[in-house]
Write a protein that binds this ligand. Structure first.
Ligand code: SF4
Length: 325
């Protein structure tokens, strides 16, 4: 039986940033371990949720996937091709296949450009067709994201926050990408329209077979959207599982603390709540052993001495914690 390769593979990736001092004579003070030995796959047409507090490495991971940062070690492959060796035409083709929608749509919309032109931009750059064909595609995209074709003539300030996010999504979809990085796509929106946006994203995925990397701190969004969930803490994966399995049977103390902090309705009322105390330690000098040991209520002597490996506890569900050896 042939195994279908993943659309995107993140393979033992590390990203360490040098922290330097001085202008003429720079001195390296240390390295920020933003991402440390992270691996996961994203399959075509599926959503992978990447969650954790700020500083956990999820943004750096998504920037590496967008080819905006190069890993210090490890590889990222799209359809089997390592992405950081790409140059010229091949790099351009990658940027067509992998798009992004950010939390703040203002960051991707030019306030002085009519939204129709913004959506058409990537089609024009890629010589997608003549004027009439591009105009037809813009019309189709506006309808697909729930806007009216005549709104192509309006400027971003004439739209609400939710509508601007729809425009940003239409622009990302224009070149028919295989993967869209959704960086906190609904967290800036009113609660009342978040569900609409999430449903729209799911409908588009079902129509276009596009995969999403959903970067979020909000577990409710991940639960609604993601097929698989990866939980990161201080640059490391601490737990990963199919989303339904994770919400049924959350294991790692950090993930349980995230659930306690964020979800009103607890996934499993029998589970003891864990209150997350203190700040995330600095990634410049992360704690030894298990990086969560400075905040973990179950800490044992060996937790600070050796790092627990990520182990499978049930099919597809892996946890990095000595409680589950
Ligand atoms: Fe807590 Fe130890 Fe598990 Fe880390 S390895 S999460 S410190 S029990």
């Amino acid at each position: 039986m042939s195994v279908v390769p993943p659309l995107l593979r993140v393979e033992r990736v590390r990203k360490h940033f040098a922290l330097t001092k001085g202008i003429l004579f720079t001195r390296t003070l240390g390295h920020i371990k933003a991402v440390d030995d992270v691996s996961f796959d994203i399959r075509a047409g599926e959503t992978l949720g990447l969650v954790g507090e700020s500083g956990c490495g999820k943004t750096t991971t998504s920037r590496m996937i967008l080819n905006l940062e190069e890993p210090t070690e490890g590889r990222i492959l799209l359809e089997g091709e390592p992405i950081h060796a790409l140059q010229g035409e091949a790099l351009h083709a990658y940027r067509v296949k992998v798009q992004a929608v950010f939390q703040d749509p203002w960051s991707s919309l030019n306030p002085r450009m009519k939204v129709g032109r913004t959506i058409a931009e990537s089609l024009i750059v890629n010589a997608w067709g003549d004027r009439a064909k591009i105009a037809e595609r813009v019309r189709e995209l506006l309808l697909q994201v729930g806007l009216r074709p005549e709104q192509a003539q309006q400027y971003p300030h004439e739209f609400s926050g939710g509508q601007r996010q729809r425009v940003a999504l239409a622009a990302a979809l224009a070149s028919r990408p295989k993967l869209i990085v959704l960086d906190e796509p609904v967290s800036a929106l009113d609660v009342s329209i978040r569900a609409q946006m999430m449903n729209l994203l799911k409908d588009i995925q079902a129509q276009d077979d596009v995969a999403y990397l959903l970067v979020a701190h909000d577990l409710a969004t991940v639960r609604h959207m993601a097929d698989h969930t990866v939980v990161m803490y201080l640059g490391k994966i601490v737990e990963q599982a199919p989303t339904a399995a994770l919400f049924e049977d959350v294991r790692h103390p950090y993930t349980r603390a995230l659930f306690s902090a964020v979800l009103v309705a607890r996934p499993n009322p029998q589970e003891e709540e864990i209150e997350l105390k203190g700040e995330v330690p600095s990634p410049l000098d992360p704690p030894s052993g298990c990086r969560f040991h400075t905040r973990c209520p179950y800490v044992m002597p060996r937790c600070s001495q050796h790092e627990p490996a990520l182990r499978e506890v049930s099919p597809g569900h892996s946890v990095a914690c000595y409680l589950f050896e």
